[in-house]
Design a protein around this ligand. Structure first.
Ligand SMILES: [Ca+2]
Ligand SMILES: [Ca+2]
Length: 173
């Protein structure tokens, strides 16, 4: 009986997600969830870094922070297939230098070294200065202009989605 309730919750959540294009916990494959323990939403409406930050926060999420090769690889699969320009190949992430030029910190205050993923395509600090964090579609980190609009990725703890059977699977690992 409990199983049925859990399934009901998750199927409701799934249909809600498919209509609102909300966080994709329930549509994430089991293997992806086991790898990253997070849920993601790839936003294809481009925003500048601050607007992207606010959009993720409004969804109860945060701009994604990469903590492993596996997570980076998973995020690369979320880019739409078409590439070839900066607008199509970049997504804002949850780190910036907070005015300490060249010292990169996540939105949770940790240094980029502490995230345990520090594979850069630079940083090259292109003029007039790139002080916000992003990733290329190949998974490499990049410094980027904070005021330029790009794709962005939100990350969320799956437990916050109240998706009972998912929670059970994650805790059972
Ligand atoms: Ca993460
Ligand atoms: Ca750059």
């Amino acid at each position: 009986m409990m199983t049925h309730f859990a399934e009901l919750n998750c199927s409701l959540l799934r249909s809600l997600h498919s209509t609102t294009r909300s966080m994709s916990c329930c549509s994430l494959s089991q293997s992806a969830r086991e790898l990253t323990r997070s849920c993601y939403k790839f936003h294809q409406v481009r925003r500048n870094w601050t607007r992207a930050f606010m959009t993720c926060a409004a969804e109860g999420a945060h701009l994604a922070i990469i903590n492993s090769e596996a997570e980076a690889k998973h995020l690369t699969t979320m880019f739409p297939p078409e590439g070839g320009t900066l607008e199509l190949d970049l997504a804002h992430l949850g780190f910036q230098d907070y005015g300490e030029r060249g010292v990169w910190r996540t939105i949770h205050g940790e240094t980029i070294q502490n995230t345990t993923y520090e594979v850069w395509a630079g940083p090259d600090n292109a003029p007039p200065g790139e002080y916000c964090g992003s990733m290329f579609r190949n998974g490499k980190l990049n410094d980027v202009w904070c005021d330029r609009s790009f794709y962005f990725i939100c990350e969320k703890d799956p437990k916050s989605l109240l998706c009972d059977d998912d929670l059970y699977q994650i805790q059972a690992l």
